[in-house]
Design a protein around this ligand. Structure first.
Ligand code: F6P
Length: 328
């Protein structure tokens, strides 16, 4: 194991997710375990450009394993997309004696790390942190499990009022352009229909399905729709369309929005974050760079960053079939 590295930087970037704090904690404590120094970088790459750094020791990450969000804040940085911005960032890292970076975020974060590595040969390691679970090379991104449980809990609550008023609810969930949250939370919450961007089922099929639900005696229905779904212009237009073609339905819309990004991380996300943080730091100490740490079949794995960025996190076709059967 290479021991030349003595100081590692850590940052969070892109949309925050529950579990990011647990990952920061793991990186900081794994550094301390190996007698390395750790520098926290605030606000992602923008903070790196501004030299917004903080020395972090094992006590500085007390009581955050159970906290949503990220104590290092997050931001999207246009300046980092420029060579001038990246040079400022590199100069600050060199001045602070930082010799490698652990970046926690999504594919945009990893793209920034790849470019930075190409510019300066700076060792980088990625930890997948996004509720979308849309990253190739890992079955779970940090925050995905927590977001699923949040969404299922909210849909259970919506179902109480939907059934009290015999209403049809369209519930829009996050996922940017992936349907993982919609599909899994939809199955978990017993949705009558699940609309995801990976499967354009069309409006006619939706109407037929809702008519069948009504005919089978269901007095209320929940349709979970991924924000990236393309079936209609947006969920409100979909509501109008269904109301026009099925006047017997009293339709409402609930857009869950950013609440899906908050909350205390689930135990699964806390344990995953702890495992990924250890793997990221120890991979750097082994002289590795340009990888994303992930989990596949409960084993912690390394995927080349380029593959993680370019790859696609496919929808599980078997799960789609289960979803169809469950709506019988
Ligand atoms: O990538 C995570 C995510 O929450 C997506 O699901 C969502 O579309 C996007 O971020 C929202 O971005 P912002 O927080 O910048 O509005």
């Amino acid at each position: 194991m290479s021991k030349t590295i003595k100081k590692i930087g850590v940052l969070t970037s892109g949309g925050d997710s529950p579990g990011m704090n647990a990952a920061i904690r793991s990186v900081v404590r794994t550094c301390a375990y190996h007698n390395l120094e750790c520098i926290g970088i605030y606000r992602g790459y923008q903070g790196m450009i501004e030299g917004d750094f903080k020395e972090m020791g094992p006590r500085s990450v007390n009581n955050i394993v159970n906290k949503g969000g990220t104590i290092l804040k997050s931001a999207r940085s246009k300046d980092f997309m420029t060579p001038e911005g990246r040079k400022k960032a590199h100069d600050h890292l060199v001045k602070a004696g930082v010799e490698a970076l652990v970046v926690i975020g999504g594919d945009g974060t990893f793209t920034g790390a790849e470019v930075f590595n190409k510019d300066y040969g700076f060792p980088v390691m990625g930890i997948p942190g996004t509720i979308d679970n849309d990253i190739f090379g890992t079955s779970h991104t940090l925050g995905y499990d927590t977001a699923l449980n949040t969404v299922v809990d909210v849909i259970d609550k919506i179902r109480d009022t939907a059934s009290s008023h015999n209403r049809l609810f369209f519930v829009e969930v996050m996922g940017r352009d992936a349907g993982h949250i919609a599909l899994n939370a939809g199955i978990g919450a017993g949705a009558e229909e699940i609309l995801i961007p990976e499967e354009d089922l069309g409006l006619e099929r939706l109407l037929d399905s809702l008519k069948k639900s009504k005919a089978s005696g269901k007095s209320s229905s929940i349709v979970v729709i991924a924000e990236g779904d393309k079936i209609g212009k947006n969920v409100f237009e979909l509501k109008d369309y269904v109301e026009t073609h099925m006047p017997e339905y009293d339709v409402r819309v609930s857009v869950l929005g950013h609440m899906q990004r908050g909350g205390a991380p689930s135990c699964f996300d806390r344990v995953l974050a702890s495992r990924l943080g250890v793997k990221a730091v120890e991979s750097i100490l082994e002289g590795k760079s340009n990888y994303m740490v992930g989990i596949l079949g409960d084993k912690i794995t390394l995927t080349p960053l380029e593959q993680a960025i370019k790859g696609h996190s496919e929808i599980d076709r078997e799960l789609l079939r289960v979803s169809d059967i469950m709506t019988t």
